[in-house]
Design a protein around this ligand. Structure first.
Ligand code: COA
Ligand code: ZN
Length: 303
């Protein structure tokens, strides 16, 4: 059976934007529940300025706890610069992700750098991480549309993708940061990208703002992509990208993949427990579009 790789980014992309800040112990428990549900890869936290994202201020405490408790789990952390990489390495990180936005304004709003600065910093951070033997992911954010500049030119995405590939990112993650893309656009862009990059090094990261998350994932799958980011319960959204809603929910992605005959490793009933835990802690309703049906199925199976 063919499989897809899901990186659950809810502990980072999900929790970074929540009004309620989870304790380090609760974050660890959440990641533990994700792993118990069969998630094999998570983005656990980010080593960014605690002034910019106070929700991630405990990264240096959390990462070693996760590594110790879940040694089999693939754990990535987001780092915006060399300082972030240093902090991540000191905490034992084995995999990092840099974030480069495809537009000038988004880089300024997100990491206070021009596009040229952000490109240079991403490249130097990737190279330093590789030299230190870490696995690397590179986000290309606002790859379809920017909240400040509108539609992102395809040429800009292709140019930056080539730069990140040359800097030896193991995985280039094409991100629809504000969830503005539709499946036709996703198909066209990803077909172009997988024509020039090795397809197993391309990942897709969707937000479900306009309800297109699953359709976009399907378009990416049809373009040959097999690596996906998603977030349990659909928690998520970038604090610096106005209008960004939650991520494509892991349960919706996994259900779609299973229906299409792809293995994900994710056990959906167990995933519901992780979503329930996050819902209780964050005190807000969570869940993907399939959640109501999944919960009913789980109840039926249990009775
Ligand atoms: N981790 C922790 N602290 C960091 C840091 C990092 N990776 N990088 C810089 N800092 C600290 C500096 O040491 C400095 O501290 P001080 O005020 O105590 O001297 C302060 O942050 C400002 O540093 P500077 O280099 O001037 O950065 P900045 O203010 O221009 O901010 C970023 C740049 C990248 C650090 C900041 O914008 C950021 O962390 N953004 C993260 C955005 C994010 O996570 N977005 C969502 C995910 S895409
Ligand atoms: Zn995102």
């Amino acid at each position: 059976m063919e499989s897809i790789v899901i990186t659950d980014v809810s502990p980072r992309d999900g929790l970074q934007n929540q009004a309620i800040h989870l304790s380090t112990a609760d974050k660890l428990e959440f990641v533990r529940l994700l792993a118990r549900a069969g998630v094999t890869s998570v983005e656990a936290t980010s080593f960014v300025s605690p002034k910019a994202v106070p929700q991630m201020a405990d990264a240096a405490d959390l990462l070693p706890l996760i590594s110790q408790a879940l040694p089999q789990l693939r754990v990535s952390v987001l780092v915006p610069n060399l300082k972030g990489l240093e902090r991540a390495r000191a905490a034992g990180a084995k995999e990092i992700a840099v974030v480069l936005s495809a537009t000038e304004t988004m880089n300024q709003k997100n990491i206070n750098m021009t596009l040229a600065q952000a490109t240079a910093v991403s490249v130097e951070t990737l190279q330093a991480a590789r030299a230190a033997g870490l696995r690397t992911r590179a986000y290309l954010a606002v790859a379809f549309e920017c909240p400040f500049e509108g539609k992102t030119p395809v040429e800009a995405v292709l140019r930056l993708a080539a730069v990140l590939h040359e800097a030896r990112a193991d995985e280039l993650v094409i991100a629809d940061t504000i969830g503005a893309a539709g499946p036709a656009q996703v198909r066209d862009l990803l077909r172009e990208l997988v024509g020039v990059l090795p397809v197993d090094e391309v990942g897709a990261h969707f937000h479900d703002t306009r309800g297109m998350g699953v359709a976009n994932a399907w378009a990416a799958l049809e373009a040959g992509v097999r690596r996906f980011d998603a977030s349990a319960g659909g928690i998520g959204g970038c604090p610096f990208a106005p209008g960004a809603a939650g991520n494509l929910a892991t349960e919706d992605l996994a259900l779609m993949a299973h229906q299409a005959g792809f293995a994900t490793g994710v056990e959906l009933t167990a995933l519901l427990e992780a979503v329930q835990f996050a819902q209780d802690r964050l005190q807000r309703p969570l869940g993907g579009r399939s959640s109501t049906w999944l919960r009913k199925q789980a109840l039926r199976a249990a009775s």
